[in-house]
Design a binder for this molecule. Structure first.
Ligand code: UDP
Length: 492
């Protein structure tokens, strides 16, 4: 069959947020290391932001994040596509308008780009055969099918969250979602999920308004994913065995995680993906004792209230613990930038470091870090497990509530920041004390080390994630060859 010996070529399209870009980049490296050609697509805005964060222009660096990877022999090309908004548009402040654009405008740009990539692939080159798109895009299957590409849907959150969205119809039919008064009892009918409380569902499934733009994304994206040829998840089979196998029984679903940054995955290829410039914390950490510092960060995307930030600040001050706190300038809102209590930094000067952004991997893997107060983003949880750092969970939005259940209730490797409704400085100080020195600490550490071993095992040569990765690659190649065969047979 003509074309079968060509290199497999995948177009990869992450959702334009940090927590999605990171696993996509590292998956690209992994696939390229297996001999794939990768065309990695960043929005112009994300590309601009990463370049600015690296100060690429000023330092004369190549703004292409994969330049080093290519230098080491990997065939990864980086290209950009407009997301439909000007570079100056504040995507964080105008979240809903931006997401509307991702649904209605961005797809046309991606369609155009994919068409051009296919048409311009020189005869001697391998034309793209696979489209690996983030599950949150509502039009992944339409573009893949238009260009006869294998559609791989990459899910960057736990399988539990995927299966809940996947079975939204069941939640609806049983009155746990979208009814005038949702049921409050335990949910025990979702395939692969023994039991989950309504309070542990993703925030969107708990909110009374079910027609926001994100809801419209959810309704369409999780119907679209059912048309994907393959689903891959950044999770580990041993951590979510029943959920993965229930999904796999519906359509090919592979747990290939944790898909990690180079420093963690022992790869020699480094790619800097930060959207904001990284403050160096290592010198400060060097002076601190082993396991004595609490790392505090609420990720790249979630907002919180000024009141919560004030309570956390007072709680940190009262706890007496050393800490590094990543306070993103837009954590409350891009409009409100003066939210730390007056005199806070002065009060904690000897033991607290406040930074706008850092290399989380560099910080969390430092031996001085002993705990992580987190919003519970999935990457943060995986990174914390990898470093055996127990967690305090403070979920803010989206999957973070469901992730909290896994961390606190199922795996018992973390504790809740607040057990009641709103947070108070007293409870913050108390929970920090509990995590850093309390009687639960030994148990938390022991269990998180055991979970870390599962991750390590999954990534070892015969581990589940490596096997699943091989199966996924093989399936993708077989389907690509079939498609190439079809192209040749049709004479195109
Ligand atoms: N991160 C970072 N520096 C920071 C905060 C976060 O490098 O100061 C990285 C972190 O390592 C993780 C990603 O940003 O890989 C955030 O993803 P996550 O899923 O934890 O949360 P999200 O930002 O999607 O809510």
């Amino acid at each position: 069959m003509a074309g079968t010996n060509r290199k497999p070529h995948a177009i990869m399209l992450p959702y334009p947020y940090q927590g999605h870009i990171n696993p996509f980049v590292h998956l690209a490296i992994k696939l390229a290391s297996r001999g794939f050609t990768i065309t990695f697509v960043l929005t112009q805005s994300v590309h601009h932001q990463i370049s600015r964060a690296r100060n690429a222009a000023a330092a004369g660096h190549n703004a292409d994040i994969f330049a080093k990877a290519r230098h080491s022999g990997l065939d990864i090309r980086c290209t950009t596509v407009p997301d439909g908004f000007p570079l100056s548009f504040d995507r964080s402040l105008n979240h809903d308008q931006f997401v509307e654009g991702l649904i209605h405008v961005f797809s046309a740009h991606v369609d155009d780009l994919v068409g051009n990539l296919i048409n311009s692939a020189a005869e001697s080159e391998s034309p793209p055969t696979c489209f690996i798109a983030d599950t949150f895009y509502v039009w992944g299957s339409a573009i893949a099918s238009k260009y006869n590409l294998v559609h791989v849907s990459f899910w960057t959150e736990p399988a539990l969250v995927l299966t809940l969205y996947y079975h939204l119809d069941l939640l609806r039919r049983n009155g746990h979602f979208a009814s005038p008064a949702n049921r409050r009892d335990t949910i025990d009918y979702i395939p692969g999920v023994r039991a989950i409380e309504p309070a542990d569902l993703m925030s969107y499934l708990q909110s009374p308004d079910i027609w926001t733009v994100v809801h419209r994304v959810i309704y369409r994206a999780f119907e679209d994913v059912k048309k994907a040829d393959i689903i891959i998840c950044n999770t580990i089979q041993e951590l979510e065995p029943e959920t993965i196998s229930a999904l796999h029984s519906q359509q090919p679903t592979f747990a290939i995680g944790p898909v990690f940054a180079s420093g963690f995955a022992k790869s020699t290829v480094t790619v800097t993906t930060s959207l904001w410039s990284e403050s160096d914390c290592t010198q400060w950490l060097q002076r601190k004792g082993k396991g004595s510092v609490l790392y505090v960060s609420f990720g790249s995307y979630a907002h919180t209230s000024k009141n919560d930030i004030v309570e956390i600040a007072h709680g940190l001050a009262a706890s007496g613990a050393s800490f590094i706190w990543v306070v993103r300038p837009d954590i409350v809102s891009s409009d409100e930038t003066d939210f730390l209590p007056p005199g806070f930094e002065e009060r904690v000067r000897d033991r607290g470091l406040v930074v706008p952004w850092c290399s989380q991997i560099a910080v969390i893997s430092h031996p001085a870090i002993g705990g992580f107060l987190t919003h519970g983003g999935w990457n943060s949880i995986l990174e914390s497990i990898w470093c055996s750092v127990p967690l305090i969970c403070f979920p803010l939005v989206t999957d973070q509530f469901t992730n909290r259940k896994l961390v606190v209730d199922d795996w018992e490797i973390g504790i809740n920041l607040c057990d009641k409704g709103s947070i108070t400085r007293q409870e913050v100080a108390e929970k920090i004390g509990c995590l850093m020195n309390g009687e639960k600490l030994d148990g938390l550490r022991e269990r998180i080390r055991a979970v870390r071993q599962k991750l390590e095992g999954a990534l070892s040569r015969d581990g589940s994630s490596e096997r699943n990765f091989n199966d996924f690659v093989e399936k993708m190649e077989v389907r690509s060859r079939k498609k190439l065969g079809m192209i040749t047979a049709n004479g195109h």
